[in-house]
Design a protein. Structure first.
Length: 359
């Protein structure tokens, strides 16, 4: 019997979940065993999972889960260096040469476990089967606007937090934009046809911001792209991967540009393939903006768990996409799970794979 162990998230500001109580009930009905850890932060209360038939375990007890349990979470595990003996499902961010990713792979090697990275669950044609991308783009565009608003006030963007739902975010953001008494900024979104880009475009349209929507055709020349510098806000919805051109070179820190805010939703600054060369580290909920130039100001927003700003909508959307894939765990050696395992296995030979949308 397949045993899915849903762990509590340990990362700050992470209230999302990858499975709803309805999904748990469906998996149990098909013969799986499901354990759900307690969590005071998860957007869905623990008792809802208990009513769905899940066994409830203490928070963080996955270390002691049976050896055959498949541990399922979203974001990073605690960085305690412990060997990992279980099979883990999560966003590992370990396959593109990231330093932290190499440490994670070493932990799997030491413990004999395996990583089934959620970024690499694909169908037979290589298309993602489940992604948080839309809500990452939606929230990322919102924080980019907050950075622009802060600049209009002569300051830098302050802390951000989670919202009960998207209507609360839209109401707050519209009021803040109106309070500047300025015309809405111009924006360009690269990757506009993808999940991330469509979310960003939708949020910007809701706020009355004019959007230049670019995708593969507009970037096929390989650059340079002076048009980016002619917009006040640039939202990058293309993840770092081999072959991606440089969108914002180091020289963009200089004067003579309209660009004031970069919302790097993909935010892979430590990757060799990053298309944005003006910054080298992600930003946080407490400090969303990194100022990389002063005259005129240029701020970079690169928060790597943006969908958690809207945990209810993003969890429900993602869980609905992922449930049919989780239902295939009884046959974990084939299909999307088999392909994800093969990617993990190849990394023991040092092979690097292209990126997908960020979780």
């Amino acid at each position: 019997m397949t045993h899915l162990w849903v762990r509590a998230e340990s990362r700050p500001n992470e209230d999302r979940t990858g499975i709803t109580p309805e999904g748990v009930a469906q998996l149990i009905a098909q013969g799986m065993r499901v354990t759900v850890e307690e969590s005071t932060r998860r957007i869905i209360p623990t008792d809802a999972y208990a009513r769905a038939g899940a066994t409830i375990a203490p928070e963080g007890s996955w270390h002691a889960a049976p050896d055959d349990a498949i541990v399922f979470g979203l974001k990073e595990l605690p960085e305690d260096g412990s060997p990992l003996c279980h099979r883990h499902i999560m966003f590992g961010h370990a396959f593109k040469g990231q330093p932290a990713g190499q440490v994670l792979l070493d932990r799997f090697r030491a413990g004999g476990g395996a990583l089934y990275d959620l970024e690499y669950l694909t169908d037979d044609d290589g298309r993602r089967l489940a992604a948080f991308g839309y809500w990452a783009g939606y929230a990322g565009a919102a924080v980019a606007l907050k950075c622009w608003i802060a600049q209009r006030r002569g300051t830098i963007c302050g802390p951000v937090g989670a919202y009960p739902d998207k209507d609360h975010l839209l109401q707050e953001l519209r009021a803040q934009l109106d309070a500047t008494q300025a015309a809405r900024p111009s924006a360009i979104v690269i990757g506009a046809k993808g999940r991330v880009g469509s979310g960003a475009c939708d949020l910007l349209a809701e706020m009355g911001v004019g959007v230049t929507a670019w995708d593969m055709a507009e970037t096929a020349s390989g650059g340079p792209f002076p048009q980016i510098m002619m917009h006040q806000i640039f939202v990058n919805a293309i993840l770092a991967q081999p072959g991606v051109p440089v969108f914002v070179p180091e020289s963009a820190k200089g004067p003579g540009r309209e660009l004031r805010v970069i919302g790097d939703v993909a935010c892979d600054p430590t990757s060799d393939f990053s298309p944005i060369k003006v910054y080298d580290r992600t930003t946080t909920w407490d400090r969303p903006a990194l100022r990389v130039a002063e005259e005129p100001p240029l701020d970079v927003m690169a928060i790597d768990n943006l969908p958690s700003m809207l945990p209810r909508e993003s969890s429900q959307d993602y869980a609905a996409q992922l449930l049919p894939v989780l239902a295939q765990l009884d046959d974990i050696g084939t299909g999307p799970w088999g392909r994800a395992r093969a990617i993990f296995d190849r990394h023991r030979d040092g092979h690097m794979v292209a990126g997908q949308e960020r979780g």
